[in-house]
Design a protein around this ligand. Structure first.
Ligand code: ADP
Length: 388
């Protein structure tokens, strides 16, 4: 028998999971996901050493509950004797109140449900997984870990919109997201470089979803994401920053309703909309089409622009960090973002960047530039252990 921690990250059509052996530091046992839930579900999983534990479709039908049953069956078969002492859940929205992970009971669940209107595409799925895990593991602690929590201590000017004050009071705020990633990466930066880790840093989380976060002495000072995960940088299919006047135009002149606008802004915009080719950075980098080039140019232009804005918020910069799918893997994007930042002390070592080294800045550059692989599951597992 071993005490284990299960982490779950449930999206609209997927559940990512990881199994850790509990201990002073969680030790990864397996990682995987069910994708294509509801349409063409497929369970994939690998052990910590990379060995394939599962990679097979199962018959469509059933939703997140069925997916969780499949995950549990796999764990029981691959790790006989494993006992799940706590389940850590990624929950996108902790609203104004939750600034740290919390053990979920009926009252907390009810509170988290009231935040669904703030994140309609994510929160309901996150909470469905919590309910399914409560039924599947009635004796385990269920722990919610929030993407918003890391930002809760940010200064008021970074937390509000210039709307009448009552809107802030009712929860219309700049929450910021990707907080589990910022938590991991900022701590990793402090471990690798204690001096700069205590200083002024900007972390660039560039994945299918993308945002930046300014950090000083480990504290969040501002982020590019706002009330929802739509704001800030352009993303795979999300628009990023947009003049709200465009939305008024779409409603009044084009007769688009909330659903149509939501589909446009969340699903048809960003890299996909700009290129008309793909939402995937790899595909755009491989394409010769001018539209693909322009989409990448827009992306890197916005990242650079937001770095400038957040560096001004911090009053300077000691470290710049790239993370997530694009940030960790695309030397081209990193080079384009940093190309004209010499004025603020950013200069890359081209070879180190091309090789994806841990430090990619030139030796004499005042700002040290890091590539740090994020690990949101580990942050969730560490939090869940505390409640096990
Ligand atoms: P998610 O938000 O779904 O977790 P990821 O962090 O996995 O997203 O990032 C996905 C993005 O990373 C995609 O746009 C993908 O094209 C990009 N990406 C992954 N590997 C590379 C690579 N080698 N070069 C360029 N882009 C990459």
């Amino acid at each position: 028998m071993s005490a284990d921690i299960l982490t779950l990250n449930a999206g609209s059509s997927s559940i990512k999971f990881a199994l850790y052996a509990a201990g002073a530091a969680p030790a990864l046992r397996a990682k995987g996901q069910v994708e294509g839930i509801g349409v063409a579900p497929r369970l994939k999983a690998r052990a910590a050493d990379g060995a394939v534990l599962a990679d097979a479709p199962y018959e469509a039908g059933g939703g997140h509950d069925t997916a969780l049953e499949r995950i549990m069956a796999l764990i029981a078969q691959a790790f006989p004797g494993a006992t799940v002492a706590a389940v850590g859940h990624r929950v996108v929205h902790g609203g104004p109140d939750f600034a740290a992970p919390v053990r979920v009971d009926a009252a907390v669940l009810a509170k988290l449900e009231t935040y669904a209107p703030f994140a309609p595409l994510h929160q309901p799925h996150n909470l469905a997984a919590v309910r399914a895990a409560m039924a599947a593991f009635p004796d385990a602690a269920q722990v919610a870990c929030f993407d918003t929590a890391f930002h809760r201590g940010q200064p008021w000017v970074s937390d509000t919109f210039a709307l009448p004050r009552r809107f802030h009071a009712e929860g219309v705020r700049r929450y910021g997201f990707h907080g589990l990633s910022y938590d991991f990466v900022s701590r990793e930066l402090a471990r690798r470089d204690p001096e700069r880790g205590r200083g002024r840093a900007i972390i660039c989380h560039l994945g299918a979803g993308a945002s930046l976060c300014a950090i000083e002495e480990g504290r969040a000072m501002g982020s590019t994401m706002g009330f929802t995960a739509l704001d800030g940088l352009p993303m795979a299919t999300r628009c990023g920053q947009i003049d709200p006047g465009v939305l008024l135009y779409l409603m009044t002149e084009r007769g688009m309703d909330a659903n149509a606008i939501s589909d446009l802004l969340y699903g048809e915009s960003g890299l996909k909309g700009l290129s008309g080719i793909s939402s995937d950075m790899r595909a755009l980098e491989a394409s010769d089409a001018p539209e693909a080039r322009e989409a990448v140019d827009y992306f890197t232009h916005r990242v650079r622009r937001e770095i400038g804005g957040l560096a001004a918020v911090l009053g300077g910069l000691d470290a710049l960090v790239f993370t997530a799918g694009i940030g960790e893997n695309s030397a081209t994007v990193r080079a384009a973002v940093c190309a004209d930042l010499g004025w603020m002390g950013v200069a890359l070592d081209a070879e180190a960047n091309a090789a994806g080294a841990a430090v990619i800045s030139a030796a004499d550059a005042p700002v040290r530039v890091y590539v740090i692989a994020t690990d949101e599951e580990r942050v969730i597992a560490e939090a869940a252990i505390r409640f096990a």
